[in-house]
Design a protein around this ligand. Structure first.
Ligand code: SF4
Length: 449
């Protein structure tokens, strides 16, 4: 274990990180998200993605991770300088001297020896990844309201058919105004050099060093590359100790029979997303048939073929109306299949900011907090929740509570609410949906926006 027994985050930071430099972060060396469709990478979810040099990967496939930019940033971190793209962490640390930012959590997962190696090794050296999230392409049969065309081919169709969403003042990065054609540089059937480089690196080195490989999308189970990789694990059993994890929306089009057959004998964690029930879930995650999703989850649970099944809840303004009922459902699965058979995480949505729960008025948020307290009261008496699930529930309740305090940026709130109305008015027209009928508890507030 990289962390000593009972060592606090701050003690760990002082013992391992601060002695290296004032800005060291293990993720810059050992972690990456790589979008092979767009040829982009980043060290964690906070810095903006940057382009991978397509010429460099022809001779050095590890350059899909070891980009010139990352090497420059590693050098900065070795010297204690702050890479600008990591602003998310610097902002948190600048609030108070001992504030713990994500760079501590993203560093603690690696061994002290590997971190020492990162600090003393010339920044020009290529580093083998230990944790990797990879997307082969953006093919997806869903077009969730908080997603955008960069990650979903169905979102691309929405924009191509109906044109850009208009009057979204807070959409500074223009997520909803164009089809993000640069997210899919190569057509289907064309050779994608980034995908080729990944396979080449995987075959030669990466499968020996990588501890965790998470395949994301789009919907990864709609990509032939995902099946190819699962197959690699099956035919090369024992050759790699990499933990394989797959994100899937488990929608109607996902071939569950094929999935169950493919993972037989392969250790896989499956991550799926949802955060509401019934028509509300189908409204938020457009393309979802809620009952099919629930049946698919039960089929996976019945099969017992997955090392872990994880439900990721993206907590947004709309899901709070039925998040408690959704979590009841997950807890009932725990009751039936066991505490470890299925887990949940509560990830608070920050972008698009006009879908954040912070724009809901105080009385509505209070009501929703009450529903979650009811959920906690009902279930905490059973020993079914993991510590991190309880912590995330506490964090969400704290978050709802904090944003209940008078808002100092009222103008911003008004702008976000206006964007919320403008977005969902267009979403209803394009997707043949009805906000007020789907969310009656929000209908009066929505009408007056
Ligand atoms: S310093 Fe922060 S933002 Fe930068 S890679 Fe590490 S965790 Fe991510």
């Amino acid at each position: 274990m990289p962390r000593l027994d009972k060592e606090t985050d701050l003690e760990y930071k002082r013992r391992v990180i601060d002695i290296k430099s004032a800005s060291f972060c293990g993720a810059k060396w050992y972690n990456a998200t790589i979008w092979l469709g767009s040829g982009q990478t980043t060290s964690c979810h906070h810095p903006l993605p940057h382009a991978i040099d397509v010429d460099a990967i022809r001779t050095n496939p590890s350059a899909i991770h070891n980009t010139v930019k990352k090497k420059m940033e590693r050098e900065q971190m070795q010297k204690g300088e702050r890479p600008a793209g990591c602003e998310y962490c610097w902002k948190i640390e600048d609030i108070g001297r001992d504030n713990i930012s994500d760079r501590v959590y993203k560093t603690v997962i690696y061994s002290d020896e590997d971190l020492a190696y990162a600090q003393r090794t010339p920044a020009s050296t290529d580093i083998n990844l230990q944790t990797l999230e990879i997307a082969f392409d953006r093919t997806c049969q869903f077009a969730c309201s908080y997603c955008n065309p960069a990650f979903s081919s169905t979102w691309v169709k929405d924009i191509k058919q109906h044109g850009p969403y208009t009057q979204l003042v807070s959409d500074g990065r223009n997520h909803f105004t164009h089809a993000h054609d640069n997210s899919q540089l190569y057509k289907f059937g064309e050779t994608n050099p980034y995908v080729e480089a990944f396979h080449s690196w995987w075959e030669t080195d990466l499968h020996k060093t990588l501890k965790e490989l998470r395949i994301t999308g789009g919907e990864p189970l709609m990509s032939a590359e995902t099946w190819k990789l699962i197959d690699w694990f099956k035919t090369n059993r024992g050759k790699s100790t990499t933990r394989l994890a797959i994100n899937s929306n488990l929608g109607t089009a996902v071939d569950i029979d094929r999935l169950l057959a493919a993972v037989d004998g392969v250790e896989v964690d499956l991550y799926t997303s949802n955060e509401a029930v019934g028509l509300q879930a189908e409204y938020i995650r457009d393309g979802l048939v809620f009952d099919d999703w629930a049946n698919n989850v039960e089929r996976l649970l019945d099969s017992g073929r997955f090392r872990g099944l994880h439900v990721m809840c993206t907590v947004n303004a709309l899901c709070l109306d039925s998040l408690d009922s959704f979590l009841d459902m997950v807890m009932n699965w725990k009751l039936e299949y066991g505490r470890d058979a299925i887990n949940f995480s509560l990830n608070i949505l920050r972008f698009p900011s006009f879908q954040s729960l912070t724009l809901l008025p105080r009385d509505i948020r209070q009501r929703y907090a009450g529903k979650l307290y009811r959920f906690a009261n009902d279930w905490l008496k059973f020993d079914l929740m993991h510590e991190y699930e309880k912590n995330q529930l506490d964090r969400l309740l704290d978050y709802i509570d904090v944003v209940m305090k008078p808002h100092t940026e009222a103008m911003e709130q008004v702008t976000l609410q206006r964007d919320f109305k403008n977005f969902y008015t267009q979403y209803d027209q394009r997707r043949n949906k009805n906000f007020a009928e789907t969310f009656p508890a929000l209908a009066d507030w929505y009408k007056d926006l």
